[in-house]
Design a binder for this molecule. Structure first.
Ligand code: G3P
Length: 217
């Protein structure tokens, strides 16, 4: 499963990229606003920090303007992936862009039928929002299971990009279901490295090694 960072914070992206485990980045208008940076400028900077896809979202609601915005965004770098909302205009834009060889991430997916439509529109990625689904009283991971089944039934190439990930159990379940990608805030990704028994084990080994009086280098 690929790991994308769901952020527009440059320092966090640099830190994760240095681990060698970062496969891409996703942004959205809320994350850009939170960063306080210029959209074009920060997106260009992010594209230089990873070879993987960097999702940049259109803000128009109609197809014609979405296409104009996508034209501007895809010139930022070769690894820009155009993010469009799951609406009729968004999927029309998705179809046009994907037929033209541009990567497209269809966002704000909350049902398996919506995911089916996005795959038929040629989406590179579908972004089902599991956390917001949970917030709304449903089980977000059931949605991922259903989409996996549908995509496998018809051998769709569209990758399931689990979004609105809030905690490590979302990551674990995504991997168990066989999602292709998950995007999470940097804090959630960093939390995956941690286990109390790892810390305690290191402490014990270090104390015993000290007693030997030896050194490796
Ligand atoms: O990738 C989508 C994500 O940014 C939304 O997350 O936590 O605002 O539901 P959240």
């Amino acid at each position: 499963m690929k790991f994308f960072a769901d952020t527009a914070e440059i320092d966090d992206i640099k830190e994760l990229a240095a681990t060698g485990l970062l496969d891409g980045v996703t942004t959205n208008p809320s994350l850009i606003a939170k960063s306080g940076r210029d959209f074009m400028e920060v997106t260009k900077e992010i594209c230089g920090l990873t070879d993987g896809p960097v999702s940049a979202e259109v803000v128009a609601l109609d197809h014609a303007t979405m296409m104009k915005e996508a034209e501007v965004l895809r010139k930022i770098a070769d690894n820009v992936c155009i993010k469009v909302p799951l609406t009729i205009d968004g999927l029309q834009t998705c179809k046009a862009l994907s037929e033209d060889g541009t990567m497209v991430n269809v966002t704000l997916c909350f049902s398996a039928n919506q995911a089916l439509l996005a795959a038929k529109a040629g989406a590179t990625f579908i972004s089902p929002f599991v956390g917001r689904h949970d917030d709304n009283g449903s089980n977000g991971m059931d949605l991922i299971r259903d989409i996996r089944t549908i995509y496998d039934n018809y051998l769709f190439d569209t990758e399931i990009l689990v979004a609105s990930v809030r905690h490590s159990t979302h990551v674990l379940e995504s991997a168990l279901i066989g999602a292709d990608v998950m995007t999470a805030p940097p804090a959630v990704i960093k939390g995956l490295f941690k286990h109390i028994l790892t810390d305690k084990g290191i402490e014990g080994f270090m104390a015993d090694w000290e007693k030997t009086g030896q050194s490796i280098v």
